[in-house]
Design a protein around this ligand. Sequence first.
Ligand code: PDD
Length: 285
Amino acid sequence: MTVYLNGQFMPMAEARIPVLDRGFIFGDGVYEVIPVYSRRAFRLAEHLERLQHSLDGIRLQNPYSDAEWSKLINELIARNAGEDQYLYLHITRGVARRDHAFPNPPVAPTVFMMSSPLSTPSAELLHSGVSAVSAQDNRWLRCDIKATSLLPNVLLRQMAVDAGCVETILIRDDCFMTEGAASNIFAVKNGILLAPPKDNLMLPGITYDVVLELAAANGIRHEVRRVTKQEVFNADELLLTSSTREVLAITQLDGKPVGDGKPGAMFARLHQLYQHFKRDVMRKA
Ligand code: PDD
């Protein structure tokens, strides 16, 4: 596996960073996950835009122009096996003496990228749906930044795994749903797709955007607004989206069936639209 680190491509085993890297010491960095279909980075412009938003959010200068990112990303794709991949890219505030304050003068950021095989959900998972637990969203108020400091998300996701589930649905202030520990969440009631608004309390998912665009283009009724805790627990369907898991039905929440406990009509429709979009648009972009 070939990775990219600070200007060079190299085998993963040779990639090294100093222990004083602020990513290691403070989790002081941001990242992106970009799916690649037929060796084409999906929605690269949108991912780079979100990366810029994250960098602005942590006051770190973007080390590369979009054209430079694009060239590096395409080279990384070419140097790795597999028509479908997923890219992880990671930028930290660099290596400096340990001090919470930013290094002054600034130091060079650390830039790391790797590619992994993209494995989309199995037919079995698509057929059965997945189970989720709910938990209080105890994260900070800048969940729109794709920060590498993911300890809250890690602990929240582990709650799901400990319960034999796939995802944790996060409820803010005991009142409304924000997203999953590592995904966006939609609810469905009476044929209407309900999506939480993209604000500071959730990560603006690229897959979330695709799903809403597909809904709009195909006459699927949808509302972007706060989705209450009550609506989550009384939903006919719950859906999960992310770059690596695409669209999945959540068929159990906290041990109880969601709707009739099977993937529903909205899931079937959106999953089909997503697969067609992948085949006809993403693979040929
Ligand atoms: N995570 N919300 C959170 C907290 C996430 O971590 C993710 C994705 C999403 C979905 O975003 P997108 O559709 O752009 O993948 C929402 C990635 C996959 C990860 O951390 O590995």
